[in-house]
Design a protein around this ligand. Structure first.
Ligand SMILES: Nc1ncnc2c1ncn2[C@@H]1O[C@H](COP(=O)(O)OP(=O)(O)O)[C@@H](O)[C@H]1O
Ligand SMILES: [Mg+2]
Length: 462
């Protein structure tokens, strides 16, 4: 189910954002090119006008303002720069025409009007008369001559302006084309990117619908997508494993509770029908319910001790004394089974901060197993080594051992080897050992050789 169908699609967002970013960059670049070109051309035209004005002012001074000579100079400048490119005018201080050379009357009139108003720099745009109707655009500069008259120099900038307009059109067109291409490329990329995301969401939906084995095929689209796919697949693997384990666990619990309950019910039924039981019913109820209670308590302890580091208050325990006491407790059982128990402990006390009860259950389970799986005449050895940061406890026996095939299963809840099913137990002892060791941030390993014995090594940081 989509949580927000109204939210804009990622593809549209990517395309829109790419278009906006592209348009902004292109617009700024285009404007910069236009502005620089405009500035460059204006500076050049201004330079030309100033040069002509200076030359003419000098000639004017040399000719003492003679009209004929000035006209001659005007013609020379027109010849040099093109008659239709420059317009020249000298007016009296009142703005009356003295001498001029303009390539249309309309321009002359406009220049006179500006000269009268005494505007230093201006722009004239006039259409020339038929048959060559063409727009004349002039940049004009008026300077005052030493005798009070005014000199106006105009330069045609129509070509410059049409060049700028042409440049603007080209930039506009390329902006449009670039935007179209950019939008298309962004859409293409967005589609590929979204396809990979869809694969992940499709897989998630299929898993939600019960297809636990579905995984995302690597799309190799990008590193980030690959990381997402990897993380998704790893998460699914873990979830699937946990769910399978939980299922097995529930089945095992149900199975282990069913046997004593069935026995109890059968015995109760038999007694109710007046049958004679070998063991009195009350004794049987006590035995079977104790077994069930032990199973449930151990299950609870495993889950409470959990697979996590524990922070409940601890007490300082001397591990050597603790092991000696535990060995004493077990000495009778060990002897009864025709076994011997050897202790190898360091001479100095080894202080460990932990919970006595929990540690007793840990050693107790390992010793129980060693006693249970070691035939008469065997030896059980318990040793302790104190390292800089860790203490290492080893419980070894010379018993039947565990086959390499079974070795990876020993710490699984309810797992028991086929050979040990006939012996008392519920398959929770080693799972509890592992949970306790984990609660102290330690490690437990098991090495075994079939027919020769088993060694459990526990490393606890202290
Ligand atoms: N010292 C040992 N020697 C041989 N097999 C062992 C030893 N310890 C454990 N195992 C195997 O691991 C299984 C699980 O042990 P555990 O969890 O203590 O369950 P339980 O003792 O109730 O059978 C045992 O049933 C047995 O098959
Ligand atoms: Mg056991």
């Amino acid at each position: 189910m989509c949580s927000d169908r109204k939210a804009p699609s990622l593809r549209r967002r990517i395309v829109a954002m790419s278009l906006c970013a592209g348009a902004l960059i292109l617009f700024l670049t285009g404007s910069l090119i236009l502005a620089v070109s405009q500035l460059f051309m204006t500076a050049e035209r201004r330079g030309l006008i100033t040069r002509i004005a200076n030359d003419l002012a000098q000639e004017y001074a040399e000719a003492s303002g003679d009209k004929k000579k000035m006209r001659h100079f005007f013609e020379e400048i027109a010849e040099e720069h093109g008659a239709d490119k420059v317009s020249l005018l000298i007016t009296s201080a009142a703005g009356e025409e003295i001498v001029s050379m303009c390539h249309s009357d309309a321009i002359l009139r406009a220049m006179l009007a500006h000269a009268r108003r005494n505007v230093p720099e201006y722009r004239i745009s006039k259409e020339s008369a038929a048959p060559r109707r063409r727009r004349n655009v002039l940049r004009v500069k008026t300077t005052e001559l030493p005798d009070g008259r005014r000199l106006s120099v105009g330069c045609d900038v129509a070509n410059d302006e049409s060049y700028i307009a042409f440049l603007a059109t080209i930039i506009g067109c390329s902006l449009l084309v670039s935007l179209l291409l950019g939008g298309w490329a962004a859409d293409l990329l967005a589609r590929r990117f979204i396809r990979s995301l869809r694969n992940v969401s499709d897989a998630a939906n299929r898993i939600r619908d019960g297809e636990w084995s579905v995984r995302v095929a690597p799309s190799r689209e990008s590193r980030e997508i690959a990381l997402l796919e990897d993380a998704f697949n790893t998460m699914c693997d873990r979830n699937e494993k946990t769910i399978r384990e939980l299922r097995t666990l529930t089945d095992d619990i149900a199975h282990d509770l069913r046997t004593p309950l069935t026995r109890l019910r059968t015995a109760a039924e038999f007694a109710a029908m007046g049958g004679q039981l070998k063991t009195p019913l009350s004794e049987m109820v006590f035995e079977q319910s104790s077994d069930m209670l032990e199973l449930i308590n151990t299950m609870l302890e495993i889950s409470q001790t959990g697979c996590r580091v524990d922070n409940t208050p601890r007490e300082n325990i001397d591990f050597c004394t603790f092991l000696r006491e535990t060995a004493d407790l077990y000495s009778t059982v060990v002897e009864d089974h025709g076994l011997s128990l050897a202790l190898a402990l360091p001479p100095e006390p080894v202080v460990f901060s932990g919970h006595k009860g929990r540690l007793q259950r840990l050693i107790g389970n390992l010793l129980d197993n060693a006693i249970k799986f070691t035939p008469k005449g065997g030896v059980i050895s318990v040793s302790l080594a104190d390292g800089a940061d860790v203490l290492t406890l080893r419980v070894a026996d010379t018993g039947c051992g565990i086959s390499p095939r079974d070795l990876p299963n020993v710490f699984r809840r309810f797992w028991r080897s086929d050979a040990s099913r006939s012996l008392p137990g519920n398959g929770l002892g080693l799972a509890l050992v592992k949970a306790i060791v984990t609660s102290y941030a330690g490690f437990v390993t098991c090495e075994s050789e079939q027919g020769r014995g088993t060694v459990f090594t526990i490393t606890l940081p202290h």
